[in-house]
Design a protein around this ligand. Structure first.
Ligand SMILES: *Cc1c(COP(=O)(O)O)cnc(C)c1O
Length: 343
């Protein structure tokens, strides 16, 4: 039995057309600035996000961390929602790499209010860390794929600006937000100083992310990328996949979102399973399987050919739809999950 894999949208394999784009890529040494495909990708993504410049990097973690390094000095503070990726899933990089202090803020499904941000900014005083940066996340991973409503995003950014903070957006899944909200990704990105996007999540590229933003910050990030060992040589091989993904795999994210809703509706019908359908905004479903601890449910479903992850809370599982699960796979997965939990 072929497992159906909902662990993450990172598990996709390059399509045959993407592999052809990779094979045909024109390349050069990108550390010398001579890889035409990387240069094309950087220009394309900067334009698409309405920002000045871009830097191609190996991972979303590196994109976020280069932003923090470019914005902050040692002893500065970065404000971010308490469940954010930069605090939970980047190996402690914020303090380890930059000596920057995290200021975790309470949010709802990962989203902040202007009041919470305003109250958290510290006054200028020798006792205090210097609050320097606000880092937001769209869509929000631990928030179950929540999309920032643009007006709320704008209000939060405005408060940060008034307090003299720089603004970074972790947009690993920003194109999911674009498709779900029906507004361009640039609507959010152009309000920021830097925005990170991933090509290796829902867009289906094998490797790669970009840090996009103001030209002076991207110049500094380029220095820091070299320092971290993230400068790559004939990286056009990878950039070609990212360009292909931008061209062919953005609009189709709507299918992943429809599949997530279908999955949520099916799960909600199972005895002992709870799903809040209103919270399925993009390609993630968080479901509560009440009758056993989440790790046991994950193991049970895996034995029935459905791969999932725990989602933090008691009994909570996360299921992510992507390029390599079809609508037929959703129905097959629901049948397998029913057999697993009803038996
Ligand atoms: C996946 C992810 C990243 C980056 O992850 P990498 O595995 O380093 O590419 C950053 N932010 C969010 C919200 C993510 O989901």
């Amino acid at each position: 039995m072929q497992p159906i894999d909902f662990r993450s949208d990172t598990v996709t394999k390059p399509t045959p057309a993407m592999r052809r784009a990779i094979a045909d890529a024109e390349v050069g040494d990108d550390v010398y600035g001579e890889d035409p495909t990387v240069l094309r990708l950087e220009a394309r993504i900067a334009e698409r996000l309405g920002l000045e410049a871009a830097l191609f990097v190996p991972s979303g973690t590196q994109a976020n961390q280069l932003a923090i390094g470019a914005h902050c000095r040692q002893g500065d503070e970065v404000l971010t929602e308490a469940g954010s990726h930069i605090l939970h899933y980047e190996g402690g990089a914020v303090p380890a790499l930059w000596g920057v202090q995290p200021g975790p803020l309470p949010g709802t499904r990962g989203l902040l209010t202007p009041e919470v941000v305003e109250a958290a900014v510290r006054e200028e005083n020798i006792h205090n860390p210097r609050t320097r940066l606000l880092s937001l996340e769209n869509t929000h991973n631990r928030g179950g794929g929540a999309v920032w409503p643009l007006e709320r995003f704008r209000a939060v950014v405005e408060v940060a600006r008034k307090a003299g903070l720089a603004v970074h957006l972790d947009g690993a899944r920003l194109f999911n937000a674009e498709v779900a909200a029906g507004i361009p990704a640039s609507s959010w990105a152009k309000l920021t100083d830097t925005t990170a996007v991933c090509f290796s999540k829902g867009l289906g590229a094998p490797v790669g992310s970009a840090l996009v933003g103001r030209a002076d910050l991207i110049r500094e990030a380029r220095r820091l990328r070299k320092r971290l060992g993230g400068a790559m040589r004939q990286a056009g091989i990878l950039a070609a996949a990212a360009l292909h993904a931008l061209e062919h795999h953005v609009e189709r994210l709507a299918e992943d979102h429809a599949n997530a809703r279908r999955l949520a509706a099916g799960l909600a019908q199972l005895p002992g399973v709870k799903v809040d359908a209103a919270h399925v905004e993009t390609n993630m479903v968080v479901a509560e399987f009440a009758s056993r601890p989440a790790p046991e449910t994950v193991a049970l479903l895996a034995r029935h050919g459905v791969l999932t992850n725990t989602a933090g809370g008691p009994g909570l599982l996360r299921l992510v739809t992507h390029l390599d699960v079809s609508t037929r796979d959703i129905d097959e997965a629901l049948a397998r999950i029913r057999r697993a939990v009803v038996a």
